[in-house]
Design a protein around this ligand. Structure first.
Ligand SMILES: Cc1cc2nc3c(=O)[nH]c(=O)nc-3n(C[C@H](O)[C@H](O)[C@H](O)COP(=O)(O)O)c2cc1C
Length: 437
């Protein structure tokens, strides 16, 4: 199954996303996936569609054939568009094409088998109407591989590689409007305007100042417009074939900015008390749920993180308030980043816990942030979460569920290619298990 994320507007050096098949706003706004192009994920979501209808998932040989066809299409496309794409390939173009034409080894006949020893991550989970066959979720990740706002054939391959029977993929975010294109810099805004936010305070952190332009405070009327943008983006995503939408309320993007008292300095009904700061996010949840049905809606939150100055003085209270308030809308899931991820990639010791949120929220609870096989099994085993989203490990291991099943070695991720634009290197060329052993 796939869910996508859409971006909601950017500000004070923050961007926002909402999700639909996965949640990742493109890190660089020029390369956002546009929701209208989401049909490119058809390959990735076919399996969930089958599950949904109670049919048998496509057989492995068919999947292999599909993957090969997609890869051939990617290569063909690159050759056809040589002039346009050559700039991001750092080697001789012909040699590059020759290299990426080599078949990837992939043994798709071996599918995941019932394990004898129980691996909690590999147990089935009913998430609303969806019967997931395991609990390993692809976390939303900006990969900057869509060019000029248009999703590309290699995106199909990337997501297809990570599908499993009954698996759940959250795609990168899509910008929901012209003001919601990722990085909060005026160069990404219509007419070079300042990026939008709940505030007009400029971001303070030194090293990011250059990247982030001082924002413009949204008026109450404009806030309603952004809610409508989220609603329309969700509608488009579902029409394009996504199974649902994750609202990106995390990581310092627009929705998170409203939530956090270190950013939100408003004195109107959208600022001040926790209730007021949660108003905009909850209006989006309501609008999106009304539009596509709450059974297709998730939200991502990071109450404990303070990326890009977006911190809160009482994250326990904020997280709990949101978890309780979300129950009113009966949405499908709440996806929360662990308190230990105070900075974006590194784990830190903390006494805080997501348990109170987990206990308060009545839908499916997804955790993310620094998980590996052991602590993923641990959190599921003790019912600390229903599902675990894996970011970097899944990025580097397209067959992560299988590797977890076999408890096998993992490929190491290459941070230097996280946000580059190459359609193959660091994107679809991480090897499957059979190539390694
Ligand atoms: C390349 C990359 C891009 C990411 N992009 C996004 C994003 O656009 N939106 C988001 O909510 N999180 C994003 N994340 C964060 C991941 O979803 C995840 O929360 C984070 O990587 C921590 O999980 P991990 O330790 O399993 O990698 C990104 C992470 C990586 C590595």
């Amino acid at each position: 199954m796939s869910i996508t994320v859409a971006a909601g507007g950017s500000a004070a050096g923050f961007k926002s996303n909402v999700i639909i098949p996965g949640s990742a706003n493109s890190g660089s706004s020029n390369y956002s996936h546009g929701l209208q192009y989401n049909e490119i994920y058809v390959g990735a979501i076919a399996q969930m569609a089958c599950l949904r209808n109670g049919e048998t998932p496509p057989d492995e040989n068919r999947q292999r054939k599909l993957a090969d066809e997609l890869r051939a299409q990617v290569v063909e496309e690159l050759i056809k568009r040589r002039k346009e794409v050559e700039w991001f390939i750092e080697e001789d173009f012909d040699a590059y094409i020759k290299r990426i034409k080599q078949p990837y080894k992939r043994n798709m006949e071996e599918e995941i088998k019932e394990t004898e020893v129980s691996v909690p991550l590999l147990t089935p989970c009913k998430m609303g109407n969806f019967n997931l066959s395991h609990r390993i979720v692809l976390a939303p990740m900006t990969r900057t591989r869509s060019y000029n706002f248009i999703a590309q054939p290699h995106g199909i391959l990337y997501y297809s590689q990570r599908t499993t029977k009954g698996g759940f993929l959250i795609s990168e975010a899509s910008g929901i409007s012209e003001t919601a294109q990722g990085v909060s810099n005026h160069s990404f805004q219509p007419n070079g305007d300042p990026p939008i936010s709940c505030t007009d305070k400029a971001i303070q952190i030194e090293h990011n100042k250059a990247k982030f332009s001082p924002p413009r405070r949204l008026t109450v009327k404009e806030i309603s417009q952004v809610v409508i943008d989220f609603r329309m983006a969700a509608k488009n995503a579902v029409e394009a074939g996504f199974d649902g939408v994750e609202i990106h309320g995390a990581n310092g993007y627009l929705v998170d900015q409203f939530l956090k008292d270190q950013v939100n300095d408003r004195t109107d009904e959208y600022g001040g008390s926790i209730e007021n700061r949660c108003r905009f996010p909850l209006e989006i949840v309501r609008a999106v749920s009304e539009e596509i049905g709450a059974h297709r809606v998730g939200i991502r939150l990071s109450p404990y993180a303070n990326y890009n100055d977006s911190g809160d003085t009482n994250p326990d209270a904020l997280g709990l308030h949101m978890a309780e308030a979300l129950n009113k809308y009966s949405i499908l899931y709440c996806h929360v980043i662990e308190p230990r991820m105070i900075t974006i990639y590194d784990k830190q010791e903390t006494k805080s816990s997501l348990l109170p949120m987990r206990k308060a929220f009545t839908g499916t609870f997804i955790v993310a942030g620094g998980y590996n096989r052991d602590d993923g099994n641990e959190v599921i085993g003790r019912s600390g979460a229903d599902l675990v989203a894996f970011g970097r490990l899944f990025l580097a291991n397209p067959d992560l569920p299988r590797r977890f099943e076999l408890n096998s070695v993992l490929n190491k991720y290459d941070r230097s290619t996280f946000y580059t634009h190459d359609p193959v290197i660091g994107y679809t060329d991480y090897p499957f298990l059979e190539e390694k052993i």
